[in-house]
Design a protein around this ligand. Structure first.
Ligand code: COA
Length: 387
């Protein structure tokens, strides 16, 4: 990548059903990000601000990014809301890298936020639905669980698979979440418990779904050549890619492949000049367990359908050959929509600085994050290294 960037500070709230409102959540994440900068920083140095949020519940749809800048003492800096549904965070990081590359700022603040649990069930369904295709999927009554359930059925049929690999994704990610003090669910589950749980959208059951969570995360980014002004242990962004697809899954030639992910991954690997074998661990977008299998295939780590066998082999466990979602993923850590992509980069920041505590991936030197909007309509992929 012609202009590498670096993360020099990062913060994260707990994810879950929380008492705090949106402003307090943002403050919590950003204050931790500022205080994590080893050599300190004058806030007036922040030259650009991006806020990733859907605005769930309609708390502040217009001009919401100014809430971030005013809450954390950088009012005056240019601010922009980035909204690509569940991929908002990944695209906000991409926007920050762009701002650093064009020289509009030397230090950029990225916040990710969603407050989801303080609305009624009916309004929750509405706000979860707004990022799906309105003309066909929503009018047919399809929820995201419904769309991913249809994709999962097609995937299992095509590759002659049972539900075991889906269940194994849930077991693994709950196990990882049990080691993450910020995770929404910090409880282990057994494969039999996952398989017999109530169905939400066949073949997906309760434990195949991410929860509805509140939470925020924040990053401070600078140009790679400036990073050591702030810290001796920056985490570098070596490559970044993004893509999109038809909004409605029915318009796509193959519902079991996410072309947005494939395009984003190809661009990210090309710009990082790195191969798949050079990645220590992955943070992928497992909003439903099937999505983790799709991610492994579409990111190019497995042939189509082979993600199931890789998962069942234990290779994607935290201590396996290719750890996936050591923070618990969306499945167990939680999925506050706009915060998720930023949270994935937070996990990479902790892991590559060897500061992930009980969930540390042994020997992690490089990582990839994968953030998807809706059922594959948008995707952002980022590749990181410890420097
Ligand atoms: N995974 C594991 N356990 C879950 C869970 C999940 N996703 N969601 C809820 N639970 C547990 C709760 O902790 C609670 O346990 P308890 O009885 O021991 O306290 C129990 O299940 C019931 O919780 P409740 O909040 O009443 O569940 P619900 O039926 O209202 O919602 C889902 C469950 C799966 C429908 C909901 O979490 C959901 O809609 N998830 C998908 C969100 C989504 O679509 N996001 C966008 C993705 S693109």
């Amino acid at each position: 990548m012609p202009h590498r960037a670096a993360i020099v500070g990062a913060g994260h709230t707990r994810f879950g059903a929380l008492a705090e409102g949106p402003r307090a959540l943002l403050r919590g994440a950003v204050e931790e990000a500022f205080s994590s900068i080893d050599r300190g920083v004058d806030r007036t140095a922040v030259g650009e601000v991006f806020l990733a949020t859907l605005g769930f519940g309609g708390w502040q749809i217009g001009n919401s990014s100014t809430v971030l800048s005013e809450e954390v003492g950088v009012a005056g800096a240019p601010t922009t809301r980035v909204e690509n549904a569940c991929a908002s965070g990944g695209f906000a990081i991409r926007a920050a890298v762009g701002a650093l590359a064009t020289g509009t700022a030397d230090l950029v603040l990225v916040g990710g936020l969603e407050k989801m649990t303080d609305v009624t069930n009916a309004r929750r369904r509405y706000w979860l639905g707004v990022s799906g295709d309105t003309e066909w999927e929503r009018s047919a009554g399809l929820t995201f669980a419904g769309v991913y359930g249809l994709i999962a059925s097609a995937y299992l049929d095509l590759h002659h698979l049972g539900r075991e690999a889906l269940a194994e994704v849930a077991v693994k990610n709950h196990e990882n979440g049990s080691l993450n003090p910020n995770a929404h669910f910090q409880k282990r589950v057994e494969r039999a418990q996952v398989l017999r749980a109530p169905r939400v959208a066949d073949p997906l059951g309760l434990y195949d779904c991410c929860p509805v969570s509140d939470g925020a995360a924040a990053l401070l980014l600078t140009r790679a050549d400036l990073a050591r002004r702030y810290t001796d242990t920056p985490v570098y962004i070596d490559g970044i890619g993004a893509g999109s697809d038809f909004l409605a899954v029915q318009e796509r030639p193959d519902p079991t492949r996410f072309r947005a992910t494939r395009r984003a991954a190809d661009e990210a690997f090309r710009s990082a000049d790195r191969s798949r074998t050079g990645i220590s661990f992955l943070e992928v977008h497992d909003c439903f367990t099937i999505a983790e299998l799709l991610a492994l295939d579409d990111l190019g780590f497995t042939e189509p359908g082979a993600a199931a066998a890789l998962t069942l082999s234990g290779a994607t466990a935290r201590t396996g050959r290719l750890p996936v979602n050591p923070d618990g993923g969306l499945k167990a850590k939680g999925h506050p929509i706009g915060a998720t992509g930023v949270s994935q980069a937070y996990e990479v920041f902790r892991q590559l600085r060897r500061a992930a505590g009980a969930r540390q991936v042994p020997g992690a030197e490089t990582a990839l994050t994968h953030n998807v909007g809706g059922a594959g309509a948008t995707a952002a992929v980022t590749i990181f290294s410890a420097g």
